[in-house]
Ligand binder design. Structure first.
Ligand code: DCT
Ligand code: MG
Length: 397
């Protein structure tokens, strides 16, 4: 595990509390049955054992660490990037701002490199390496290209390597072939690159709910993703649909899409049929996209007050994701789609390494007994894992 090797390579002795975690990974359970246990206050190296609200007191440090992580991801270096993501996540869970480097001494997941960045920021207010990256042509171009819906790091990189540096150059380059998603991404770039507010998310919920209920009155819609975690802004709005009748998941999403079309509010739609198959569980592909029926949409949302006079329209384009899992999979899907990505990653890692169980968006599998553990609620899943329940608004790891 990267935080472990990172902290060992720093050449410092491992603090006793952390050493305790390494030797006794199941420490959380014991300290709960024994409230006087000293380790109670030690921060866990697993994000799913920390409560991380939207109140980030260390934004100056976490922003810097996340730039370093992102820059490594652009270069395909997922491993080292994760070390910076984990370090940032630990700082996000702290109750106050760091003032001195010594305060990081007992924190997990902080390696030599992360500490050096923190130290420089404490001393000078910024990190020279981060400033360098922010001014780096490759980073800036990759950041710009990957901000387009449908453009990932691979496409961004290939455009960068062809010498392209701006949208104008990409769109005028004859050898560039855009797929349908990327075409929509450029077409609605101005709108969908603007953050979606909570008010807009609530307005969308009414639209989605109305469409879903018109198709199936017994279905329900819940907001998930960042807004369920209490974020005020998001890059999209994520919804999960609960259908009581089995096998209706694909039908309900296609009918909702048709309804949006007939209302003239559908700007883009990518529907992915369910490939979920109970007999193929557990899949062992725990980082991949799940198999549920889902769609990625761009929807017209009516503006409340001002109309966009320049564009001559009274709506803005918004990215919306809908997922419809089978009823008995709902708790797993809801937990997975609530995020944050790092929180989910650590839930899975914790399940595997500390509990011998395999968790993904579909199921929880116990390797010791070769059984699937059923769950009706998220609380059931945390209980199966022997974890204290973490509320959605505490999962902003
Ligand atoms: N998710 C998942 N499987 C994937 C991709 C995402 O289970 N292959 C989960 C993790 C978070 C959640 O879906 C929503 O994804 P995003 O919308 O990308 O993240 P967000 O936290 O909602 O962030 P934002 O506010 O920017 O939309
Ligand atoms: Mg989202």
């Amino acid at each position: 595990i990267s935080w472990f090797t990172e902290s060992m390579s720093a050449g410092r002795p491992v603090p006793p509390q952390i050493r305790h975690y390494i030797q006794n990974p199941a420490v959380d359970q014991r300290s709960r049955t024994n409230p006087s246990a000293k380790t109670e206050s030690a921060l866990s190296p697993y994000a799913c054992q920390r409560r991380t609200t939207m109140d980030n007191h260390n934004k100056i440090f976490t922003d810097a660490l996340e730039v370093l992580a992102e820059n490594l991801e652009f270069g395909g270096n997922q491993g080292p990037s994760l070390a910076f993501r984990r370090a940032a996540s630990v700082l996000k869970s702290l109750p106050a701002a760091l003032k001195h480097l010594q305060e990081t001494q007992h924190l997990p997941c902080l390696g030599e490199h992360s500490r050096a960045v923190i130290e420089e920021i404490i001393e000078y207010g910024s990190s020279s390496r981060v400033e360098e990256i922010l001014n780096d042509e490759r980073y800036r171009t990759m950041k710009l290209f990957s901000s387009v819906f449908g453009v990932g790091p691979k496409t961004s990189e290939s455009w960068f390597c062809r010498g392209l540096r701006s949208f104008e150059q990409v769109l005028n380059e004859p050898s560039v072939r855009l797929n349908r998603m990327q075409t929509a991404g450029f077409l609605f770039y101005e709108d969908i690159s603007k953050p979606v507010s909570r008010t807009e998310a609530s307005a969308l919920k009414i639209i989605v709910e109305e469409a879903v209920i018109s198709v199936n009155p017994s279905a329900t819609v819940s907001i998930t993703g960042g807004f369920r975690r209490g974020k005020e802004f998001g890059h999209d709005v994520d919804f999960i649909i609960k259908t009581p009748e089995a096998g209706q998941e694909d039908a309900i999403l296609t009918a909702v899409i048709e309804r949006f079309k007939s209302q003239n509010i559908l700007l883009y739609s990518d529907f992915q049929e369910s490939t979920f198959d109970l007999r193929q569980l557990p899949t062992h592909c725990f980082e991949a996209m799940d198999h549920y029926s889902k769609c990625f949409l761009i929807i017209k949302l009516k503006r409340e007050q001002e109309t966009d006079a320049r564009a001559g329209r009274d709506w803005r384009a918004v990215r919306v994701d809908l997922v419809a899992p089978p009823l008995e999979r709902f708790a797993y899907a809801l937990l997975g789609w609530t995020g944050s990505t790092l929180f989910e990653r650590d839930l899975r890692r914790f399940a595997r390494l500390e509990r011998g169980k395999l968790l993904d968006n579909h199921t929880l599998y116990d390797k010791a007994t070769n059984t699937f553990l059923p769950a009706n609620t998220e609380e059931d899943i945390f209980a199966h894992l022997g974890l204290e329940y973490i509320e959605p608004w505490q999962r902003n790891a």
